[in-house]
Design a protein around this ligand. Structure first.
Ligand SMILES: N[C@@H](CCC(=O)N[C@@H](CS)C(=O)NCC(=O)O)C(=O)O
Length: 252
């Protein structure tokens, strides 16, 4: 059976989807769609404008939360969500909080580094047909991203406040559960979502964002504080101990 993850290399929602598939130990190939043109496939197959989009045999799943529920229903080994209703609802609440914070992470980072070459390198170097036209494509893509995600210095600053609030809130929940996992005593959807959504702010090795933080002073300053907080340390540790990535974020 053919399993394909359609992705954009820089997307943290796609990192979450890769991690969900890796967690379930499922074989798949990661295929890069071209920004904006990706919508032809996503709208047609899942009536959604976003990636990740997963094809699993005949099934198409066009949202990372839906993907987690789909995977748990179809591949029951290693559940992503607890069966206990109280813990399950806690996991869903944390996932939702982290997903919402993730949109602010994306906007704040773009408000900081969208003008830098490195972003376009990560975005365009893995399309052999587009790489030679990087210089011409970059301004078009930058404009598209600014409009799509509402990236302005003011909105970026407001997103940073939301990020700080989410970190405070998540940290309390993590520590209240003993500090090792967000829900229960093993890795699950809540942990994977929090780690994926905040990883772009931590220069984690072998992720698409490892080269972004060092290029920007504000991101470096944020990194300096975040890495010393329990949540920042937890994300680094969870990546080291539990990520087991296949190094496929560039696409297969
Ligand atoms: N709720 C969706 C959000 C996915 C999402 O926002 N994906 C972004 C990339 S991080 C995207 O596809 N953006 C391109 C677009 O909106 O056209 C999920 O979790 O799958």
């Amino acid at each position: 059976m053919k399993r394909i993850l359609y992705q954009l290399p820089l997307s943290h929602d796609c990192e979450k989807a890769r991690w969900l598939l890796d967690f379930k130990d499922l074989e798949y190939s990661a295929k890069n769609l071209f920004p904006a043109a990706h919508r032809v496939l996503t709208l047609f197959k899942s009536q959604s404008s976003t990636v990740p989009l997963v094809k699993d045999g005949k099934e198409w799943i066009g949202d990372s939360t839906e993907l987690a529920f789909y995977l748990d229903a179809k591949y029951t080994l290693r559940p992503l969500l607890p069966s206990d209703p109280v813990l399950r609802s806690k996991a869903v609440t944390i996932e939702d909080l982290a997903d919402k914070a993730g949109a602010h992470v994306r906007r704040w980072i773009y408000s900081q580094v969208l003008a830098e070459d490195e972003v376009m390198n990560v975005m365009l170097d893995y399309y052999s047909y587009a790489k030679p036209f990087k210089k011409q494509l970059a301004p078009i893509i930058r404009k598209g991203i600014s409009q799509l995600y509402n990236v302005t210095p003011q909105k970026g600053a407001a997103s940073l406040v939301k990020i700080q609030q989410a970190i405070d809130e998540l940290e309390i929940m993590l520590l209240a559960n003993g500090g090792r996992y967000f829900v229960g005593d093993c890795l699950g959807l809540a942990d994977i979502t929090v780690a994926s959504m905040f990883a772009p702010m931590l220069s984690i090795k072998a992720t698409p964002w490892q080269t972004l933080t060092p290029s920007n002073v504000n991101m470096q300053a944020f990194y300096g504080q975040f890495i010393n907080r329990p949540l920042g340390q937890w994300i680094v540790r969870i990546y080291q101990e539990e990520r087991h990535a296949r190094a496929n974020w560039r696409g297969d």
